[in-house]
Every structure is written in C-alpha cells, then in structure tokens.
Design a protein around this ligand. Sequence first.
Ligand code: CAA
Ligand code: NAD
Length: 284
Amino acid sequence: MKTIENIMVIGAGQMGAGIAQVCAQGGYTVYLHDKNDEARTKGINTIDKLLERSVQKQRISAQEKEDALKRLTLSNRLQDAEQADLIIEAVVENLQVKASIFHELDKIAPTHTLLASNTSSLPITELAAHTKRPDQVIGMHFMNPVPVMKLVEIIRGLQTSEETFQTIEQLARNLAKTPIAVNDFPGFVSNRILMPMINEAIYTLYEGIATVEDIDTSMKLGMNHPMGPLTLADFIGLDTCLYIMEVLHEGFADSKYRPCPLLRQYVKAGWLGKKSGKGFYNYS
Ligand code: CAA
Ligand code: NAD
C-alpha cells in the first residue's frame, strides 16, 4: 500500500470543498485548487462555516477546527500537484475537461502520485488512457454532502492496480467513510439507480401528473426518502444530473435513460438548482 500524506483536490465547488474538508479533518495536508478565484473563496468559507458548526455542536474542539484549517492551503496553480501523493479531481462532469486535467496532472505530478476522480458517471478507464500511469488512476466517488454521507464508491478502471485500489480503500476508511468496490460501467452503482429515478420524477412533472411539491411529498412521505427527488436534483445541480443522464443514455444506448426535455430546458436557461438560485424551487 502507498503512503498518502499530501492530497490535492482539484475543483472547490460543493464536492471539492467537502472532500478537502474531510481530508483536512482526517489529518492530511490538503491543497484545494480551483481556477476560479470566487470558487476558492466560497469553498474555504463553506468549510470554515461547517467546521464552526461542528465546534458549536461540540463534535470537534475549537483547536481541532484550527488544526484542520491550518492543514488546508488554497491553490491557483496546477503546478502544486508536484507536492501531492494523491490528487482527487472534482471539476465539472465533462469528459473533455476532466481528460485534459488528467493529461496535465500526469506531466506535473511525481511518478508515485495517484490520480483519482470524483466523477459521478464517466469512464475511469478512458480518463486513465489520457495518462502514462493508468495503473495509478481510480474513481473515488464521494456523496453529497460529503461531510455527512458515509458512502464512497471506489471504481477500478480496466488497468487500475491492486495497490492503488487498496490504498484508496484504506484512505476512505481513514476518513471514516464506508467504501464499496465498483466496476467501471456508466453511472457505477449509485447513479445508475438514483438518476433514472430523478429523471422519472422530472418526466412526471413534465407530463403534468402532479406539482413539484406533491411529487416530492410522494417520495418523502411514501418512501421515507430524506429529500424528494426534485429537491435532490436541485441540491445535486441540474447540470450534473443532465450530464449523468447523457452518460447513461450514450453508454448503454438504451432509450430508458433518455434525459427528460424539461431537464434540458432548465439547464439551457441556466436554472441549475440551488447553486444558481433557481431550479424546481427558488432559493433567493
Ligand atoms: N454540507 C454539510 N453538512 C450539511 C449540509 C451540507 N450541504 N446540509 C446539511 N448538513 C448537515 C447539517 O449541518 C446537519 O448536521 P448537524 O445539525 O448535526 O450539524 C445534518 O447535515 C442534518 O441536516 P439538517 O437537520 O439541516 O437537515 P436534514 O436532516 O434534512 O439532512 C441531508 C440534510 C443530510 C442533506 C438529508 O436531507 C439527506 O440525506 N438528503 C439526501 C442526500 C443525498 O441523497 N445525497 C446523495 C446525492 S447523489 C450523490 O451525491 C452522487 C452524485 O454523483 C450526484
Ligand atoms: P460544482 O459546479 O459545484 O464545482 C465544480 C468546480 O470546478 C467549480 O468551482 C469550477 O470553478 C471548478 N473547475 C471547473 N473546471 C476547472 C478546471 N479546469 N480547473 C480547476 N477547477 C475547475 O460541481 P460539483 O457538484 O462539486 O461536482 C464536481 C464533480 O463531482 C462532478 O464530476 C460531479 O459529477 C461530481 N459529483 C457531484 C455530486 C453532486 O451531488 N453535486 C455528487 C457526487 C459527485
């Protein structure tokens, strides 16, 4: 198993910030990188706020909060990958963007560095093919919100080595998460099951079967889901939901995964859910 001390997280959005937080709380030194200045500031502010809440709730001490923040450094240079034993990429769910980042990181990072992606659905094997170290590339799929949700899907690409898998599985346990092992197929396990349900909820709205609120109430009170599917879609991000449905649709070539036209229309309008202030609900 490889020794991991320094972790770089690429992308300081809702997932990247959460991953950086749990890694820093787990005792790792973390570089949190985003190309966007505003995203970095928003990311670190969110982490600060959540850690403060944990102090107030007496889950951690004020000293532990301080120590976690000290282990976190914001980065605007991909070159900081030179310091990393592991890089966890959490940028937009787009194969071209992720592939180009993996290609760049492969040139910068030391030869021992592992490259992980938090992708929700994209092929790890293909990302690995954009590097000269496919045996050291792996999927490490956290759930949203990262500090709360226990699951991490660990996805082996075709060429991922057993050493890489074992190292990442142990890291997930060190972060107090529960890892599951998954093979590299579109949507893996979690989104192959979750996202068609969300897409079907959007079709239910599109076909005028019920209101947004009643669709959510159906699944909350009828199935005991903590959030209704439309609230959850807004929470995940409608752009991310659409990307995942497109990956399932293309990957399985099966019309049962056809993204709902209403989802496409909302994304085109810039209604991306909670993060943009409007989706199926208003957040302003
Ligand atoms: N970030 C960090 N912590 C958060 C949070 C966030 N965005 N939202 C809520 N929490 C914390 C709160 O601080 C609270 O903790 P304390 O009160 O103990 O401090 C705790 O979660 C519970 O929150 P609330 O009481 O405010 O609300 P809740 O009981 O409704 O729980 C929830 C919130 C945990 C998010 C819950 O609604 C839930 O489990 N929702 C479903 C989440 C889900 O399905 N996630 C998976 C999404 S799919 C995915 O991640 C994969 C993908 O690739 C798309
Ligand atoms: P987000 O839109 O909140 O954040 C993405 C961040 O990446 C933004 O801050 C953006 O500035 C940054 N970014 C984009 N291109 C970049 C680049 N070339 N270099 C550096 N930074 C760049 O998205 P998110 O919800 O955090 O999702 C990120 C990834 O995590 C996606 O692959 C998504 O599928 C996956 N994921 C999302 C969820 C969810 O519920 N939202 C859950 C699990 C996994």
